[in-house]
Ligand binder design. Structure first.
Ligand code: CA
Length: 340
């Protein structure tokens, strides 16, 4: 109910936040308050609390990115005396330490490497389209006649615990009967529904789908179009984002210490240090997020004491890397983050 003594005078900007990072917003300037009472605040709606948590300290609102990436809609209610007023905003949370297990923008030939199509009864099925979210092309199920039941299938990948499918989509002529579904499969042929009847609009929008229910499995994901005359479903910038692989991090053992690289995150170079308590034969290497060899920084004998080596990632892509110190048949591993 509108109240003449308490109402918003400004909006809260939508927030783009890093996972586990807090931002503070002063709410006092956002409300006109002539009730004579102090305002108290509460969260009246948070569509996905795993993405973002909210708390209040006086007029200051703390917005903290959760452990789960995604989007959430927040509504807060301000109360003073008998007055009430609300403000709504969106929060998107990202996590730069996640690894891209699948990444496809549909910019090169059709189909992309490793992707497959299963085409149903009649119709054109999925094709490359010039209506894109980014770059020049997307994947699209185009308008056509007849009964259609078509699948655009990703390459097979291992689902890490906490992995998410993220993509952009848009629908045209959605008043026709149709349904847009996501399925998973271990053989690329028989699919089980993961999400049925995804709503689409005529604006590009980002979709997050949690893959935790499939964790530990190697699967294909399929974008499934079912329809009878029909609309257009555009898909672009498909990613599967996963926590990095299960490389065990350890920093100290037997009087040997592997220090956190500095700076971290870094771009493009960083210093990696370790200390030895006696003369040792060592090997210092850098691995990518899948544990694959990237570079050797030193191999040979070193005296006791602290040693530092520079790692330059000029030619590498952003993401998680590991550095590994091997000595006396043992290994210490630590993680570092390149952000370009
Ligand atoms: Ca594209």
């Amino acid at each position: 109910m509108a109240n003449a003594d308490l109402y918003p005078v400004s909006q809260i900007e939508d927030q783009l936040l890093q996972s586990n990072v807090e931002t503070l917003i002063d709410l006092a300037p956002l409300f006109y308050n002539n009730t004579g009472s102090e305002i108290t605040y509460a969260v009246s709606s948070n569509t996905d609390p795993a993405v973002c948590s909210i708390s209040f300290n006086g007029d200051v609102m703390s917005v903290t990115g959760g452990s789960s990436i995604g989007q959430t809609g927040i509504e807060i209610t301000a109360s003073a005396g008998t007055g009430k007023a609300t403000l709504a905003f969106f929060v998107e949370v990202y996590d730069p330490t996640l690894v891209e297990t699948v990444s496809e923008g549909f910019e090169s030939g059709w189909l992309p490497d490793g992707w497959t199509l299963k085409t149903g009864t009649t119709g054109a099925g999925f094709v490359q389209s010039a209506n894109s979210h980014s770059g020049s092309f997307s994947a699209a199920h185009m308008d056509n006649t007849g009964i259609q039941n078509d699948w655009l299938v990703t390459p097979k990948f291992l689902v890490e615990d906490g992995a998410k499918l993220v993509f952009w989509q848009k629908g045209l002529y959605t008043s026709y009967y149709d349904s847009h579904n996501i399925g998973w499969s271990t053989d690329g042929n028989r699919f089980t529904t993961l999400v049925a009847d995804l709503p689409t609009s005529d604006q590009w929008e980002k979709v997050y789908i949690d893959l935790s229910s499939q964790a530990g499995k190697e699967i294909f994901l399929g974008f499934n179009y079912k329809g009878d005359y029909a609309d257009v479903w555009l898909i672009d910038d498909v990613q599967v984002l996963s926590p990095s692989t299960g490389i065990e991090e350890s920093f100290t053992a037997d009087g040997v210490k592997l220090f956190q690289n500095y700076p971290n995150p870094f771009n493009p170079s960083t210093s990696i240090s370790f200390s030895l308590d006696r003369t040792s034969e060592i090997r210092l290497t850098v691995l990518n997020s899948k544990g694959e060899f990237v570079s050797e920084l030193y191999s040979g004998n070193l005296n006791s004491g602290t040693h530092s080596y520079e790692f330059n990632a000029q030619d590498l892509n952003s993401g998680i890397y590991f550095y590994s110190l091997e000595y006396n048949g043992k290994k210490l591993v630590n993680k570092m983050l390149l952000i370009k």
